[in-house]
Design a protein around this ligand. Structure first.
Ligand code: ATP
Length: 448
């Protein structure tokens, strides 16, 4: 990245982090105690935004498909799971320390052989396992050690047979899961891009071995397309195939979906062909037969797995960055002023409509409350009566609300309101009993 681009990138990142704090999307965790490194809490709007991202993912991948089912496995699993999966032995990053300033870095992230902070000499790299450990039960000894899962995938693999026996699905079919994962990352940072506690949205798609390539091709294209269908700009997202020497030991092939973050292109999601590696490891390690018996062909086999593995927090951050825009809008007196607007796809916007009475007093406020009461069972909405109407529009633009409904004195006479569109700032005057059908039509659009 060139210097100028880098500066612009970090300015944009700062603007987003500050907007997130100011408007209640994301707060530093335990802030009154000085914060805890790289952990973040979602505030009122961030919570809904992330929920909307997860709901959009779930709808596409479970609700709307015949070949997918959901799962919600426990975070704590039998310690042997992580031995079988290879995590105990090799889920590790190379760690180096600076002998001068004592900072720690991931050796594979460094572009130089000296400390990037102070230029000091670095130690030899040593492998550092990223799994968090804790103790189960009242005794804190080695026998009681359990791991806090570093990925949700293993919960799916070990439940493969349970799902097979109960869901009447057969390969090709998939299991989808959303849940927390924990990694003791050496160099977390870049806001919510890399944290030690995060949420994953993972699919394990089980296929007959000879169909694996076909499904791999299907899934990397489908996953790229999903981000675009959720409104992500075409020019900010791309696929990158892994070089052979970059592939994880279990993967036959892998694509990353990458997003053009202000700090450069980086992984949003990985789509890997994991072959039958995982099921084979668990079959050998547990001693249980978890193969699929294909009655139609009278054969028994371990399915291959195609894994699209995404991060809910990373996706939420990318959608926020992609939506961030600055333009100009008229103030009270018609003078143009800068406005910050989050142009979320409508299905992701935390608040879909805001009800803004021009005056606080009854009977206008009564009418506005009634309108709000009619909207809220259907859509996340807000009632805001404080400040000038211009300020209220700006507040809603900043959190990405697609529609603002203004109620004025004329509304009492003609039973009509004004609906303002976030992006075009165009205003429509419509009858009060048309508000819900209007919102339904506008908000239903799948790409917006
Ligand atoms: P990276 O190379 O960035 O460390 P990874 O290749 O180890 O990521 P995977 O193990 O493939 O990541 O995890 C799947 C997805 O989970 C990632 O694409 C990312 O969206 C998310 N993810 C992984 N680690 C983190 C983290 N520390 N913080 C936030 N999200 C994460």
């Amino acid at each position: 990245m060139k210097m100028k681009e880098k500066e612009r990138g970090s300015e944009k990142m700062e603007a987003i982090v500050s907007l997130c704090k100011r408007r209640g999307f994301v707060f530093p965790s335990s802030e009154i105690y000085g914060g805890l490194g790289s952990t973040w809490d979602y505030g009122p709007y961030g919570t809904i935004l992330k929920q909307n991202v997860k709901a959009a993912w779930w709808k596409t991948n479970v609700q709307e498909r015949d070949d997918m089912v959901g799962l919600d496995a426990a975070i704590l699993m039998h310690p042997d799971v992580w031995v079988a999966s290879g995590h105990v032995k090799s889920f590790a990053d190379p760690l180096v320390d600076c002998k001068e300033c004592k900072q720690r870095f991931r050796a594979d992230d460094l572009e130089t052989e000296v400390c990037p902070e102070c230029g000091g000499e670095l130690t030899e790299a040593r492998m550092f396992n990223l799994m968090f450990k804790t103790f189960m039960g009242p005794v804190e000894d080695n026998a009681a050690v359990v791991f806090i899962r570093p990925e949700t995938a293993q919960g799916i693999f070990v439940n493969f047979k349970n799902v097979l026996n109960t869901s009447r699905k057969k390969p090709p079919f998939g299991i989808a899961q959303i849940g927390k994962a924990f990694r003791n990352e050496i160099t977390p940072g870049k806001f919510t891009f890399r944290t030690r506690e995060f949420e994953q949205m993972e699919i394990e798609y089980f296929t007959p071995p000879d169909e694996a390539e076909k499904w791999f091709d299907y899934w990397y294209k489908e996953r790229l397309d999903w981000y675009k269908r959720c409104g992500m700009k075409e020019e900010n997202i791309r696929l990158r195939r892994h070089d052979k020497d970059e592939l994880a030991h279990y993967a036959a092939d892998c694509y990353d979906v990458e997003y053009n973050f202000p700090f450069g292109w980086a992984e949003l999601e990985g789509i890997a062909n994991r072959t039958d590696y995982d099921l084979r490891c668990h079959q050998v390690s547990s001693g249980k037969d978890i193969a699929f018996f294909d009655e139609a062909n009278n054969t028994r086999y371990l399915p291959y797995i195609i894994e699209p593995s995404a991060g809910a927090d990373r996706a939420t951050l990318a959608f926020l960055i992609d939506a961030y825009d600055e333009d100009e809008a008229p103030d009270e007196k018609g003078v143009m002023e800068k406005r910050v607007v989050l142009r979320f796809a409508k299905k992701l916007a935390p608040i879909k409509a805001a009800v803004l009475p021009l005056f606080k007093k009854a009977p206008l406020a009564e009418l506005a409350h009634k309108i709000h009461a009619d909207i809220r069972p259907h859509y996340m909405s807000e009632y805001d009566q404080t400040g000038s109407i211009g300020k209220r529009y700006r507040r809603q633009d900043e959190i990405g609300t697609p529609y603002c409904i203004t109620i004025d004195y004329q509304s009492l006479e003609d039973n009509q309101v004004t609906i303002r569109d976030r992006d075009s700032m165009k205003q429509d005057r419509i009858p009060i009993d048309e508000i819900l059908p209007y919102l339904k039509e506008k908000l239903a659009s799948p790409c917006e």
